[in-house]
Every structure is written in structure tokens, then in C-alpha cells.
Design a protein around this ligand. Structure first.
Ligand code: ZN
Length: 142
């Protein structure tokens, strides 16, 4: 089977890979010797710098808002950054696609929590009120 120039396969598992991929998505074999570490480091530096800049900017305006922003954006950011670093150390850095998917999923989860958490908290408070009121009524103290 002859393979055209634009088609690459992983030397370990023969899965089709793209030329620009750093590692094989199936077996994790490193296809390139971390050639894109510098652009990635720059990208991460830019992301982290804009995060710090955003928090600082908010902090001057409103401390509570800055704190909320720092936690809400910082936690997912830490998660993605930590994952990227761990995979890099293991010798199979995340592909841009994987990184994008992880970021999207993390953003969705944090957004979901942001919306769902207050609703759940509100429901819990209402439920608690009902239970307390009910309990008081049952014992005839209300
Ligand atoms: Zn492979």
C-alpha cells in the first residue's frame, strides 16, 4: 500500500495521523520532538498574563467581582494548565484539538455550575424553610 505524501501513519500503531500532530491520539507515541513547545509556552504565557491583567483590572474596580472572576476563571484555567503540563511531562502533549476540547468542556462545566449552583442553593433554602415551617407547625409552635 503506497501512501501519498500528505498521508502519515503512526509508526507504532499505524493509525492515520496528520503531519502537524505532535503525538499519536491512539497510542500516545510522540511524533515530533516537542517542536511546538515555544509557541505553546508563549500562548500559555499570553493566556495567564491576560488572566492576571483581567483580575487586576477588576480588582481596581470592584474587589468582590475580582475575587469571583479570579476563582471562576482561575480554577478551570488551573485545571487545563495542569492537564497540559502533566501530559507534556508524560511525553505526550495534548494536541491542539484535545486542548480545545478540554477547554470547551471545562468552560461548559463551569458555566453549568455557575447557572445550576445558585438554583440548587435556592431550592435547598426553600426546601429547608418548608421543612422548618412544617416541623414548627407539627409541633404547634407556629
Ligand atoms: Zn499510534
Amino acid at each position: 500500500m503506497s501512501s501519498p505524501i500528505d498521508q502519515f501513519v503512526c509508526p507504532q500503531c499505524n493509525h492515520e495521523v496528520r503531519e502537524e500532530w505532535v503525538s499519536c491520539p491512539v497510542c500516545g507515541l510522540r511524533l515530533k520532538p516537542g517542536g511546538d513547545l515555544v509557541p505553546r509556552a508563549i500562548a500559555w504565557a499570553a493566556v495567564l498574563a491576560s488572566y492576571v491583567w483581567g483580575v487586576t483590572l477588576l480588582y481596581r474596580h470592584d474587589r468582590d467581582q475580582a475575587l469571583a472572576f479570579a476563582v471562576l476563571v482561575g480554577l478551570p484555567l488551573c485545571y487545563i494548565f495542569g492537564k497540559a503540563v502533566i501530559f507534556r511531562i508524560q511525553g505526550k502533549p495534548l494536541t491542539w484539538k484535545q486542548l480545545g476540547r478540554t477547554s470547551a468542556r471545562t468552560a461548559l462545566v463551569s458555566l453549568g455550575l455557575l447557572i445550576v449552583a445558585p438554583v440548587l442553593l435556592g431550592l435547598a433554602v426553600v426546601l429547608l424553610l418548608f421543612v422548618v415551617c412544617g416541623g414548627l407547625m407539627m409541633t404547634g409552635q407556629f
